[in-house]
Design a protein around this ligand. Structure first.
Ligand SMILES: NC(=O)c1ccc[n+]([C@@H]2O[C@H](COP(=O)([O-])OP(=O)(O)OC[C@H]3O[C@@H](n4cnc5c(N)ncnc54)[C@H](OP(=O)(O)O)[C@@H]3O)[C@@H](O)[C@H]2O)c1
Length: 253
């Protein structure tokens, strides 16, 4: 049994990582900015509370992110964490498939985090996953509010279930630091048009769509499926099964 600190342990993925680690018998600390939401209050932006949260922990799983901020604060937050992580046996970082080749600002910031971790000398594992079911569901839920939704219907995704990614994270965190782990993807690659069909069958919306012809390198990368890893169909839960189970969406909070 180890003491493991999970940053982002209140998030869509992190809550399942916490469950998986506890099921493996670890003592799990959950960092959150909000008192009562986790076990330790701390803020990766300012560094407040981090030293206390990390003290005595052997493993850190870094799954916190601020993907909604246009300032892309994740690298600064990762630096704050690395400042106090010198003594840990293993730091596991959750990243995203294909980010080297998709010049999207948030993905650039994830790549910068990976580099900071690699250069830090802290023993680490980086696990890149494909897009979560929750992310696709959140986007389609917004699109469903429009009478006709303009969407990049030819974008490709390989959506994956967060509990399955979490189980892999927990397994890797238990092992030795290995640098880059093999990518982790969902069971099928879908175009957005195919995902819309699945969503519409369950929710009746969006009733109509119109193809949004997005220019640029980011759109081209999503059309080519650079964000997918068809050779790693690790997850078993399809988007249709996720939608049918309709467990609620943490991104809607
Ligand atoms: N979404 C996807 O499709 C996808 C795909 C592949 C990989 N990933 C990666 O998986 C990881 C988890 O993503 P997610 O979608 O589960 O995240 P999420 O639901 O948006 O949760 C974000 C988490 O980060 C924490 N956080 C944010 N700012 C913080 C700060 N300043 N200090 C401390 N904690 C902070 C939040 O904690 P509090 O609000 O409680 O403070 C929350 O637990 C990320 O690294 C993401 O890049 C995501």
């Amino acid at each position: 049994m180890s003491t493991v600190l999970v940053t982002g342990g209140t998030g869509a993925l992190g809550r399942h990582i916490v469950e998986s680690l506890r099921a493996r018998g670890h003592e799990v600390r959950v960092l959150s900015r909000r008192a009562g939401a986790g076990t330790h209050v701390g803020d990766l932006s300012t560094g407040a509370g981090l030293a206390e949260a990390v003290a005595g922990a052997e493993v850190i799983v870094h799954a916190a992110t601020d993907s909604r901020s246009l300032r892309c604060p994740d690298p600064g937050q990762t630096e704050q964490l690395l400042r106090v992580a010198g003594q840990v046996r293993h730091l596991l970082y959750v990243s995203i498939v294909g980010i080297d080749d998709i010049p999207f600002p948030y993905y650039r910031s994830k790549l910068a985090c990976e580099k900071l971790i690699v250069d830090s000398g802290v023993p680490h594992t980086i696990l890149r996953a494909t897009q979560f079911h929750e992310l696709l569901a959140a986007a389609l839920s917004v699109a469903g509010k429009l009478p006709i939704a303009p969407l990049p219907l030819d974008f490709r995704f390989q959506p994956v279930a967060t509990p399955e990614v979490a189980a892999r994270v927990a397994e890797l965190a238990d092992g030795e630091p290995m640098g880059r782990a093999a990518d982790f993807g969902g069971p099928e690659v879908l175009t957005l048009e195919e995902s819309v069909r699945v969503w519409r069958a369950a929710h009746g919306v969006p009733r109509g769509t119109v193809r949004l012809p997005l220019p640029g390198r980011v759109a081209s990368a999503f059309r080519r499926g650079v964000n997918t890893c068809p050779d790693h169909r690790d997850g078993t839960v399809t988007f249709a099964r996720y939608v049918a189970a309709n467990e609620g969406n943490p991104y809607a909070r």
